[in-house]
Design a protein around this ligand. Structure first.
Ligand code: PAF
Length: 284
């Protein structure tokens, strides 16, 4: 079966309806395009579990904080489709703004708790935009399974909470962050880094992994984070928005490492805001 491009909700529903009548299990992989190996790993995971896989491509204006960032976001539908077809994805759903937000659209889905702090504090309204569009994508696709990367760890929590609270019968599957060989977490924004910034960017992940090891080995949390921040700035990052230890299951802030945790960071390198996170595992 070849990749079909679908642009309207009506066509999507008709396609999924046929699949359902045939008893198929359906998965969705929501994206904003500019697909890289991280996205493709989600599609492979979806294909391993579902009979039919829908990849969505919608650069969602409601989750951007600045018009310039939205305008600069890469739009690469043709090459995205070319990457998906050989994998065996079934549908690339590419709605336009009118399909997603027709005239008179007036609803916002807002997730408190896990949506607050971290990126939620620095990007006001961002997670409202994410939760609203993902709720729509879940309802439009009617998918049984949805695949999200752990790189956007807070987003994963927001989406999971939203689906649970709204009784949307979709199972959320988190997938491990895919990294470049130098450790840099893959992101569509990496394409906008200069050559010099590409040399510096992996140092964020390196600082996180080192701090995670120290914390797991018993080093004091706040002191270790202060040292990691200094290391990130010394490497050439312009500023750090946050570098925090949070509980893995509910994102509650932690100052003592006493349960499974994630170390999460957002930092600016030139014009580009990078985010990353690593698991903090108890030492053996
Ligand atoms: O992670 C992303 O690319 C986006 O936030 C998502 C989940 C596709 C919603 O627009």
């Amino acid at each position: 079966m070849s990749l079909t491009i679908v642009r309207t909700v009506a066509e999507l529903r008709a396609t999924v309806g046929e699949w359902r009548r045939a008893g198929a299990r359906v998965a969705v992989v929501p994206t904003m395009g500019a697909l890289h190996e991280g996205h493709l790993s989600l599609v492979r995971a979806a294909l391993a579990e579902a009979d039919r896989v829908i990849v969505t491509l919608f650069v969602n204006p409601r989750q951007f904080n600045s018009a310039a960032d939205l305008a600069a976001y890469p739009r690469t539908e043709i090459s995205d489709a070319a990457k998906l077809a050989p994998l065996g994805a079934h549908v690339l759903y590419v709605p336009d703004g009118d399909q997603m937000y027709p005239d008179g659209f007036a609803t916002t889905v807002s997730v408190s708790g896990v949506g607050e702090g971290l990126c939620g504090a620095f990007r006001p309204g961002h997670f409202d935009g994410v939760a609203t569009v993902v709720a729509k994508l879940f309802l439009q696709t009617g998918a049984d399974l949805a695949f999200f990367g752990e790189k956007d760890f807070q987003q994963l929590h927001v989406v999971r909470r939203m689906a649970q609270d709204l009784d949307i019968p979709v199972e959320i599957r988190p997938c491990a962050t895919v990294r470049e060989p130098n450790g840099l977490a893959m992101s569509s924004r990496n394409a906008r880094l200069t050559d010099a910034e590409r040399m510096t960017a992996p140092k964020l992940a390196a600082a996180l992994f080192e701090a995670a090891d120290r914390i797991a080995g018993g080093a004091p949390v706040d002191e270790t984070l202060a040292k990691a921040s200094a290391r990130i700035v010394a490497a050439g990052f312009a500023s750090i928005e946050y570098l925090e230890l949070r509980a893995e299951d509910d994102l509650v802030p932690m100052h003592t490492f006493d349960r499974p945790a994630r170390l999460l960071a957002a930092a600016w390198l030139g014009e580009i805001r990078l985010i990353d996170n690593v698991r903090v595992q108890p030492a053996d």
